[in-house]
Each structure stands twice: as C-alpha cells, then as structure tokens.
Design a protein around this ligand. Structure first.
Ligand code: NAP
Length: 305
C-alpha cells in the first residue's frame, strides 16, 4: 500500500467522510484511516430525521455507508487500522499505525468522541453480558426481555425507541427530573407503551450471575433504595473526545476538546480538526459533516501553498 499522501484524515465518521469527499473531489491524494466502522457515532442512531435530503429519515449505518461510497467514487483511499502515534509538529506529518507509518503534508483529525462509562460496580464486568453502549448494535439480543437505558439525552431517548422494537419493556433511568433530550424525541418515547421512565434516579451497581440480572438504584430526592430486574443495561450518559493521541501537542479546552478557529485550523500548521472532537461543536451529524467540508477546503489551500 502507498505510504505517502497529500492528506491523511483520521476517523471515518460524518466529519472524516465529508472531508474525504471534498478532498478526493478536489483531486488531493487522500487516505482516510478508521479503526472500526465507517459512520462514527451516527451508526448508533437507528433513524436520523434531521439530516437534510432524507425527508423520511435514514438509518445511521446506511448514511455512513452512503457517505463512504460517495467519497470513494471520487478516489478517497481508506485503511481500516488503529493509529498508534502521531508526529504532526513538523513536515511531513507522520501517522503511525499497526500497519506501518504513513506520511502527508496535511492531517485532518476527525476522531470524534466515545461513550462515557457509568463507572459503577459491575458495569465493566458485564460488558457483552448485558451491559452495552450501542442499542443499534445490540438491541436484537434482548428480544422479549426487559432492559434499562441510563441517561436523559438524545442518545438515551432515541435508543429507547429503538430498543422498544425488540425488548418487552424498556425503562429509561434519568438522574434528574429534567431531560437533556430534544422535546420531540421525548414525546416520541412517551408515546411508546413499552417505554417507561424513572426520574431522579441514580444507578449504584449492575448485578447478575453469568449475565446481568438487575440494577441497584437510589432515588436522588428521597434516598430510597430499590432494585430493577433487567437482562440488559444500555449506557447513554454522554460522550468524551478521543484526544488521547493529540493531548500533548494540540491546544485543548477545559473538557479536552480540540480548539480550532473557523477554518478548522488547530494552531499547528497543516493540522486541522473537525466534528465532535472539536471544541464548541454542536455534535450533530450535519455539523460534523460541515466541519469536515470546511477542514478539507482549508487543507487543500494549505497543501497547495
Ligand atoms: P448528553 O446530551 O450529554 O446527555 C447525557 C445524559 O446523561 C444527560 O441526561 C445527563 O444528565 C446524563 N448523565 C451524565 N452522566 C451521568 C451519570 N453518571 N449517571 C446518570 N446519568 C448521567 O449526551 P448524548 O445523549 O450522548 O448526546 C450527545 C450529543 O449528541 C448531543 O449534542 C446530542 O444532541 C447529540 N445527539 C443527537 C442525536 C440526534 O439529533 N439524532 C442523537 C443522539 C445524540 P444531566 O442532564 O443531569 O447532566
């Protein structure tokens, strides 16, 4: 495989794939590296209703595949591997992976964010045995079973609606009496008879034997303890940026997201950041794609200088 490129994009979510489309269409020799599945966190959304151009909505996984197909049509090259290190201060930029080193004049970092863990006893032990961070991926394993989903944001609510297609009962556990989710999502979940809600409630532990059997709860207002019998616990309590590889070389905000200007420039010449990994991102599929396009346009200008 070719080792030298004009541009390397790290991450195959909507930001990386939009950047790949713009760069490849501008005839920049571009490699996009993704370690998992193309589509980023959008693949967690079973049905995306707010991405323009799809009036009936679109499955997140399908949207990722369509973005990839479109970028590859213009010549984007892709590599599925893990990035292990970056030397991006000088030129050329060096991207170290388990498949060897790759170089480029410019780099777009679109590594997105990952799910935050609940960090309670039993959570880690039962991953894959009842604890999941992706309802779209794992809901079918819980057909006819009772499950809980923790969180009160758009992820928890949209995943509860998806889980209700498989599970016999879905309990959404929210730690306050307020939603972070958009009202239209909450209304949709409330209209689904299989979904019920426990507000003001904190998960203390996940328990079971071979597989998950129950979660232990505390009411945040009364302090009352209870146990909810479930076969599955889906965790959707927010996201954190995948900035481990760049935290020592790029300027990050207080919560660890990469600071950029409106051109998606990071402060290091030739290094751009786009999508959920970027400070002040709205963290929507459409805004990530917009960031990717902007980053590719300015990366193109940088490469041409
Ligand atoms: P989020 O908006 O940050 O919401 C996280 C939720 O989890 C909040 O209800 C939060 O409660 C709760 N939480 C945090 N830590 C907790 C803990 N330790 N125990 C229990 N609950 C906890 O995260 P998200 O839902 O993953 O969404 C992230 C971003 O993606 C958002 O910008 C969202 O709009 C976007 N998104 C969009 C769509 C869509 O438009 N289709 C779908 C999914 C996600 P507090 O409110 O008390 O902090």
């Amino acid at each position: 495989m070719e080792k030298e490129y004009q541009l390397i994009i790290l991450g195959g979510g909507p930001a990386g794939l939009a950047a790949g489309l713009y760069a490849a269409r501008n005839k920049i020799n571009t490699l996009l590296i993704e370690k998992g599945m193309m589509g980023g966190l959008a693949v967690y959304s079973e049905w995306i209703e707010n991405y323009p151009g799809f009036p009936d909505g679109i499955d997140g996984m399908e949207l990722g595949q369509l973005m990839l197909k479109q970028a590859e049509k213009f010549g984007l090259k892709t590599l599925y591997t893990e990035v292990t290190g970056l030397e991006i201060k000088g030129s050329p930029k060096i991207v170290k992976t388990v498949e060897g080193d790759f170089t480029a004049k410019g780099v777009i970092i679109a590594l997105g964010s990952e799910r935050i863990k609940l960090d309670v006893p039993g959570e880690k032990e039962y991953v894959g045995r009842g604890v999941s961070y992706c309802a779209t991926c794992d809901a079918a394993f819980f057909r006819g079973k009772e499950v809980a989903i923790v969180g009160g944001g758009n992820s928890a609510i949209s995943e509860a609606v998806h889980l209700a297609k498989f599970a016999s009962k879905v309990t959404v556990i929210v730690r306050r009496d307020k939603w972070r989710a958009t009202p239209v999502f909450v209304d949709k979940a409330k209209a689904e008879p299989k979904i019920n809600f426990i507000m003001n409630t904190i998960v203390d532990a996940v328990e079971g034997e071979e597989n998950v059997k129950q979660v232990k709860l505390t009411n945040a207002v009364s302090g009352e303890k209870s146990v909810l019998p479930v076969s599955g616990v889906f965790v959707a309590v927010g996201q954190k940026p995948n900035t481990e590889l760049v935290k020592d070389v790029l300027k990050l905000d207080q919560v660890g997201y990469i600071i950029t200007n409106e051109k998606m420039e990071t402060g290091l010449p030739g290094v751009f950041a786009a999508g959920d990994i970027r400070s002040n991102s709205i963290r929507q599929t459409i805004t990530a794609a917009g960031d990717g396009a902007t980053a590719a346009i300015y990366a193109d200008r940088f490469i041409g200088e």
